[in-house]
Design a protein around this ligand. Structure first.
Ligand code: F6P
Length: 358
């Protein structure tokens, strides 16, 4: 009998259940005898033996359900080697649970930090398979992560809604989009939502240039402007500072709730135009997965089950050129997939007049 552990780790997203369904259905389809153990709240469940044996039925009816039926939590990778508040060695505890349950493999649905921990467990001798979860699409080694396209739909919808009100009032609207340190989500939602200016971390912005672009639009008779700002967007001058210097500068500066508010205040000063800020926030991770994600999750989950059947462990299952692929976890761990400022998508966006604040 094969015993497979599964957990969902880090921030949730729309297609976690759909992916678990893919894994579960394929495992039951491929194997005569299989037991799937679901750990609760991510690595927490593996550390503290919080789990249940999942029935085949649990994998049915969850394709369109957002969130995660197993729950999730953030267990930062950088703290994995630190003991918990009771002095417990977390890595040893996870290994203990794995061995006690006699697992053949652990399937980790998670983003960057979670895959780093998956790789750590692999180095410690456990059999691990990773599945690329995140609305940020920043996992190295895969063209696409599940959750991303669903979040693009929501962020785009937010910009669409802003369009109608912006047109009525003649204001500058800033929509702040999630994405952590990368600009994939903002770039895609910005283009899909028809934003006039898109600011992403990979292309540090010059606030004077942003103001200039807004003034030009006003002079050309444009009634309103929409700016899609990534939560991780950074100015040209801040990008030249070290992390430490940036932190110091921030402590001295006026405090804003987030980057969109800071940009908004500066734009108002520089242009005199009326500015409003919208932050859709965690909405972007909620609700049902879109059809694209349901298909991707099903394919990734099925591929993970195939690897387990073949006893090929230590991989992240991803997608490249629309084909599912396996990428060694050691190659994935610790690398960030960022938007290249030279990518054709950026060039094409510029061709239609989208401004990146350069
Ligand atoms: O990684 C997904 C993500 O939603 C990021 O886009 C965002 O920066 C972060 O998680 C928010 O984290 P939390 O849910 O812990 O506030």
């Amino acid at each position: 009998m094969k015993k497979v552990g599964i957990l969902t780790s880090g921030g949730d997203c729309q297609s976690l259940n759909a992916t678990m369904r893919g894994v579960g259905k394929a495992l039951y389809h491929l194997m005569e005898d299989v037991e799937i153990i679901g750990f609760h709240k991510g690595y927490y469940g593996l550390m503290y033996e919080d789990y249940h044996v999942m029935s085949e039925k649990e994998f049915s009816g969850i394709l369109i359900e957002g969130g995660t039926i197993l729950g999730t939590s953030r267990q930062p990778f950088k703290k994995m080697r630190e003991p918990d508040e009771n002095g417990m060695d977390k890595v040893e505890a996870m290994k203990r649970t794995y061995k006690k349950l006699g697992l053949d493999c652990l399937v980790v649905l998670g983003g960057n930090g979670s895959q780093k921990t998956a790789n750590l467990l692999r180095e410690e001798g456990l059999h691990v398979i990773g599945l690329p979860k995140t609305i940020d699409n920043d996992l190295w080694g895969t063209d696409m992560t599940f959750g991303f396209q669903s979040a693009v739909n929501i962020a785009t919808n937010a910009i669409d809604c802003i369009h109608t009100t912006a047109a009525s009032h003649g204001r500058v609207f800033i929509v702040e989009v999630m994405g952590h340190k990368v600009g994939w989500l903002t770039l895609h939602a910005g283009i899909a939502g028809g934003a006039d200016i898109i600011l992403i971390p990979e292309i540090p912005y010059d606030i004077e240039k942003v103001a200039e672009a807004l003034k030009k639009r006003e002079q050309a008779g444009k009634q309103f402007s929409i700016i899609a700002v990534a939560e991780g967007a950074i100015s040209k001058e801040d990008a030249m500072l070290t992390k430490k210097e940036r932190k110091k500068k921030k402590e001295k500066q006026e405090k804003y709730p987030s980057i969109a508010y800071e940009i908004g205040a500066k734009i108002q000063d520089l242009t005199g135009q009326e500015v409003r800020v919208t932050v859709p926030g965690h909405m972007q991770r909620g609700g049902s997965p879109c059809p694209y994600d349901r298909v991707l999750s099903t394919r990734l989950g099925a591929m993970a089950a195939k690897l387990i059947l073949k006893e090929e462990y230590g991989y992240l299952v991803g997608v490249k050129n629309n084909e599912t692929v396996k990428i060694p976890l050691e190659e994935v761990a610790g690398k960030l997939k960022m938007v290249s400022p030279d990518a054709s998508i950026i060039k094409e966006a510029k061709l239609i007049g989208i401004n990146f604040g350069e």
